[in-house]
Design a protein around this ligand. Sequence first.
Ligand SMILES: Nc1ncnc2c1ncn2[C@@H]1O[C@H](COP(=O)(O)OP(=O)(O)OP(=O)(O)O)[C@@H](O)[C@H]1O
Length: 231
Amino acid sequence: MLRLERLEIRQGDFALSADWALGDGSICAVMGPSGGGKSTLLAVIAGFLAPQAGRVSWGGRDLTGLAPAQRPISILFQDNNLFPHLTIERNLALGLDPRGQLDAARRTEIARVLERVGLAGLGERRPAALSGGQQSRAALARVLLMDRPLVLLDEPFAALGPGLRMEMLDLAREVLAGEGRTLLMVSHAPGDAARIASDIVLVDAGRAAPPAAAAPLLADPPPALRAYLGR
Ligand SMILES: Nc1ncnc2c1ncn2[C@@H]1O[C@H](COP(=O)(O)OP(=O)(O)OP(=O)(O)O)[C@@H](O)[C@H]1O
């Protein structure tokens, strides 16, 4: 379980608080107005930014003092973070260790996750030789390979067209959440939440509200969410 305990975050004049827990296996959309603090909240959970007060814990273990790489977390950003000069196979290997070593066992493991995301046989290509959708699949494969129980997604598929984005959301749900991982996803598109989220965290007016069930919230949104959804 991800727990944010009396978390206080400050960045210059900006302040954000959170005090809640998210059940294992949830797919939680983080929504709210621009500048509300969605990315900042993810940065604190990931360990890129230290909170002013409070703690972040996972399964009862305090993560607050740990560096990002030591946390049971993997992250998927919009730009995919693939190194352009390296093959997809090598890019994936770097998800496992900083030197990206490739032995026979690792090659087999990488081939398995590439197949899982629909990229069988494309491990030797460089990112530029893949389409945008295929690059997103490769980034998803790396997250899968890292096999951490909590996955943070910060608008990972925003650059893709609507059809492809839906396809990628379904794939993320199937291959990441399907194996019991917990997903926390920032998205500006209400359709994303409606498609895969079990819960929604509304980040607005200096507070990240506790996760609430997605379907009723989207059916009858409170004013802040209504404004965000453009209704
Ligand atoms: N390094 C920084 N120093 C001071 N303030 C910052 C810094 N980075 C971000 N902020 C401020 O923190 C607030 C939250 O920003 P954040 O990017 O988390 O919002 P967001 O909800 O993700 O926005 P968007 O939907 O536009 O991406 C903003 O008011 C922003 O100006």
